[in-house]
Each structure stands twice: as C-alpha cells, then as structure tokens.
Design a protein around this ligand. Sequence first.
Ligand code: PGA
Length: 256
Amino acid sequence: MNRKYRKTIIAGNWKMNTLPSEVKSLFAAVKASCGRAAWCRMVLCVPYTHIQQAVKATRDCRISVGAQNLHQSPHGAYTGEVSAPMLKDLGVKYVIVGHSERRQYYGETDVSVREKTLAALEAGLRPIVCVGETLQQRDLGVTNELVTLQVATLLAALDSHSVRKVVFAYEPVWAIGTGRTATAEQAQEVCALIRALLRKSFGTVVARSVPILYGGSMNASNAKELLAMGDVDGGLIGGASLKPEEYAEIVRAANQ
Ligand code: PGA
C-alpha cells in the first residue's frame, strides 16, 4: 500500500454464489462488521441478479457495488448480455473485466478485455482489469512476458486521463480458489512490473495513482503481509469475501 498516492481497495468477488433473497442480510452483516474504513474503499462485486438490492442496501454506507462482467457494446442484439450503461443506470460503480474464469471458460482474450474495459470507461464505470499467469506459465518462467502482454494490449488503447480510472488486479491463476496464495514477494514483483509498464506509457505521476490489487486466496490471515508490499494496493477476494467477518478482517488489515 502507498496511502500517499492512492486509496487501498478491498474488493470482494462473490462469483456465482448466494441468492438474491440473501443479499439484504449479507450486506447487513458486512456493514455491521466493517465499521468505518477511513483508509480503504470497499467494493462488493455481486451477480447481476443481486445488483438492485445491493445498491439499495449500500445507500447509507461507503460500500460500492460492482458487477463481475459486462458486454462490450452499449446495446444491441446480444441475447442474454448486460451492457455498461445498464449497470451504470442501476448504480454500479465498478466492474470486473477479464477475470481468469472468464478467460478460461468463456474465451475472453486480451482484445475482448480491452474492448470491455473501454466500454466500462465510456459509461463511467471503474473497470477492475484482471491479469495473471497459469501455473504452467509460471513454471516456464514466462510470467513477466505474459503479464506484460496482457497489460500492454490494454494500455495501448488508453490515454493518461482514462488510465487513472482503471484498477488492475494481479491474480495468478494457480492461486485462485486453491488456498495457495502467492508469497508477498511474488505479488509485489508482478504488481511492480505492472506499475513499471504504467510508468513507461504515462509517466510517474499517473503510474503512482493507479491502484493495483492482488487476488488469489487472500484471506484474513495473509492480507496484512500482502498489503504491506509497496505496490499491492488492495485485494480482489473471492471465497473469503463471502464470509462477512473475514472480509471485515481484511478491511481492518487495510486500515492499520
Ligand atoms: P479466491 O478468488 O480469493 O477465492 O482465490 C479470487 C478471485 O477469483 O478473484
């Protein structure tokens, strides 16, 4: 974290879990346990079906609601899809783009991630853009090359104004949902690489203003160590964000 230049973001990703009828009580539990988080932004990325209720539940607090995906077109004949203006209209503030599960199961590529990021920005949403290597890629020693390609494909389409609205999330695929967290040093190394790429394209002032999160089995017991790293500006948290107490613990770690 580096509070001088950027806010810490603790973002939960509920994935395809929980029911709309549970939203009210889950948010009440999160609100009760989180208290005032002066130093960090709290974001919960919920399924589309939960958004309206989540926005309602967060009217009186500082938790922002995020979505987990969007379509790259603002409207049109795309049966079953949801666009950025629709999310914006509901009161959504953030949207996850290019999560590894979407890359793996739904064929998302660096190019579609770029299109979706631009669509989110155009609508006034803050995209949380996920990048990261598989275990095979790490073992082959190509992590830096891979992440550079993922990030550079996007940066080429942004300017110094729009990039300030982007949040990056480094999520090594082998750490997601596996209980196997990257070490704080591994997380820092790749987050620093992403910042170096930002610096190269847009200069120091812009690069130091962009939040870069770590994601992959982050929980209450490892959050403090990960967040102590200078270029790790928060977390994108899956499993642990479904437990309000645990999410609150991570928020507390970010506020210490
Ligand atoms: P996890 O998921 O915390 O359950 O590993 C992280 C993510 O997929 O964003």
